[in-house]
Design a binder for this molecule. Structure first.
Ligand SMILES: [Fe+2]
Length: 314
């Protein structure tokens, strides 16, 4: 059994310090086996923000695994942005921007989806390159097949179920097809500051755009790949959703995901979802409330992990 805490979009420089303290206390009290941080440690990649972020991860008793986000590249030092964009991340957070984690139960691969620039005005978007997909495929292929496989990036792999036009990470379809073929069970990300779970259609891996199959892990009855997006854990830059993070419990090859949502005083359990049953994700949450609730998995729709989205019937 492994217990993971998934936090994202901390945005030191624009945090609610009370939320940060509560999160730190929760994580150190609950003590997961691993904390996964899916990018955007800072607001503007300033040295002072990175120092705060570093102090936060240093204060965690659990080991942690992280990838950077688009906010972790400086806009103030253009030379550094273009020629050494991950300099501060490597110095203050971790030297490896695409780490790999393996123990007796888990195999986790990080993908750096942030880019120093795009050929458009908005450089906040993300992308996965063909080289990155090939690298992840290689790593997944070499991993023992019995391990529970997770991929972590910053930019979303699928849009929110209630906002299908939302831009996702570049080459998301190709990446998801590859993950699906290689037996990845969870794809974790943040960036949108919105929490939701979505099942990836297994048919994606047979699309023409997909690379040739190397699917030694593939089986017709294989459990689904689930995209897991979480809201910002600590930032005051909220997008209609309160701060939140997720607890993921993995046991006997199954994952149960619960969302811990900030209610203004503390983090409270909002719902629990078994992400591995055939009818695994259901809408139907406590309307507009933050009270703890366990969700009966009665449908196959995607699930919005926030009371706001629940009201929209997502
Ligand atoms: Fe971001």
């Amino acid at each position: 059994m492994r217990r993971i805490a998934h936090i994202s979009d901390l945005h030191f420089g624009r945090v609610d310090h009370g939320v940060v303290e509560s999160l730190r206390d929760e994580l150190n009290r609950h003590l997961p086996d691993l904390v996964i941080i899916s990018g955007d440690f800072t607001q503007r990649a300033k040295r002072s923000e990175y120092m705060e972020a570093r102090a936060f991860v240093d204060s965690l008793k659990a080991p942690w695994f992280a990838v950077p986000g688009n906010h972790d590249i400086t806009f103030h030092h253009l030379y550094q942005r273009f020629f050494d964009p991950w300099r501060r991340y490597r110095r203050f957070i971790h030297h490896e921007v695409e780490p790999v984690f393996q123990d007796e139960e888990l195999f986790i691969v990080g993908i750096n989806t942030a880019r120093r620039m795009f050929l458009e005005l908005d450089w906040s978007h993300g992308r996965i390159s063909g080289d990155q997909i090939a690298r992840v495929e290689r790593q997944l292929s070499e991993a023992p097949s019995h391990l529970f496989k997770i991929v972590v990036g910053h930019h979303p792999f699928l849009p929110p179920p209630y906002a299908p036009a939302t831009r996702v990470v570049g080459h998301a379809d190709r990446a998801l097809a590859s993950f699906e073929r290689h037996g990845v069970r969870l794809a974790l990300a943040g960036h949108l500051h919105r929490g939701y779970l979505r099942v990836v259609d297994p048919a994606i891996s047979s699309e023409p755009a997909a690379a040739p199959s190397r699917d030694r892990d593939r089986a017709p009855d294989r459990p689904p790949l689930v995209v897991v997006q979480t809201a910002s854990a600590t930032s005051t830059r909220l997008r209609d959703e309160p701060n939140a993070y997720q607890r993921i419990c993995i046991e006997n090859g199954k994952a149960v995901i619960s969302s811990r949502v900030w209610d203004g005083q503390s983090f409270v359990e909002m719902m629990e979802v078994n992400a591995d049953e055939e009818k695994n994700l259901a809408a139907g949450t406590p309307e507009g409330t933050l009270r703890p609730e366990t969700i009966e998995t009665a449908g196959s729709e995607d699930l919005a992990l926030s009371p706001e989205n629940a009201e929209r019937g997502a």
